[in-house]
Design a protein around this ligand. Structure first.
Ligand SMILES: [Zn+2]
Length: 264
């Protein structure tokens, strides 16, 4: 019997909470079939660490390089040119996280827009997949992306937690959709369960966003942090709400991730 395979498209393995036991974290993920992971970068320093980590385990890990909307205040031409250099490396497979987050506004809206604009331009120039984060900023987000729709490379809206209308806009744009353990949360993930079947089968992917967003399932009640080995819980919840069989959905999500990141 072939074992189920999972691809965690968004995991923050450079987070300080993984420093002490990263080897174990990765080993335990492999044991449950999570055999590919994308380590996301949220600023230059983290993008460099993510790249180095991915380079050291290149059969399992890939990385992204970019400036998260929270860090957009760090943006400058020089700073960004170093991000661009990273994007030319073999194991750096997407540009991001980038996007807009008007919920927290750790950087001003103007700073976020400027940084996002440069990421969009660069993704078009390099035709490197775009890894996007959006929160409370849907209309500005669409205003910035829609005019360049034809030129955009493959794009994912990661950690999708939005409304049906927002989802339909992303589907219209041909975006991939990343689903996290948010869907396991009976307090705030209920609407997501109803949206699963609207996502085209070739566009759905899953992620843990570890160490954040521990899936709210009883077995993980005492967990201190989220880990990539918990990804099968997300897959299970997605499958339970899908009209596809679990086997076929899990296989599609894995294949979609390989194709999104241009892996074989
Ligand atoms: Zn994010």
């Amino acid at each position: 019997m072939s074992k189920e395979q999972f691809f965690d498209i968004g995991v923050n393995l450079t987070h300080p909470s993984f420093v002490k036991d990263l080897d174990t974290v990765i080993e335990e993920a492999l044991e449950v079939g999570v055999n590919r992971m994308c380590v996301t970068g949220s600023d230059l320093e983290e993008s460099i660490s993510a790249y180095q980590l991915a380079f050291s385990l290149s059969d399992i890990l890939i990385s992204t390089a970019g400036i998260h909307p929270h860090q957009a205040k760090e943006f400058s031409q020089n700073y960004f040119s170093e991000i661009k250099d990273l994007l030319k490396k073999e194991n750096v497979k997407a540009i991001g996280e980038t996007g807009l987050d008007f919920y927290r506004n750790f950087s001003t809206e103007e700073q976020q827009k400027k940084s996002f604009e440069m990421h969009i331009e660069t993704s078009i120039e390099l035709q490197k997949p775009l890894f996007l984060h959006v929160r409370n900023a849907h209309s500005t987000f669409m205003e910035m992306l829609e005019p360049v729709k034809e030129k955009l490379p493959k794009t994912v809206v990661h950690c999708f937690t939005g409304t049906e209308d927002e989802l339909m806009d992303y589907i219209e744009m041909d975006f991939y959709i990343g689903i996290t353990g948010w869907i396991c949360d009976e307090r705030r993930g209920v609407h997501l369960k109803e949206l699963i079947n609207l996502i085209p089968k070739d566009k759905i992917m899953i992620e843990t966003d570890a160490p954040y967003l521990i899936p709210r399932v009883s077995q993980l009640k005492n967990s201190q942090r989220n880990e990539p080995k918990f990804l099968p819980h997300v897959a299970k919840e997605v499958a339970q709400n899908s009209k596809e069989t679990k086997e076929s959905l899990i296989s599609s999500m894995y294949m979609n991730s390989l194709s999104f990141f241009d892996l074989d």
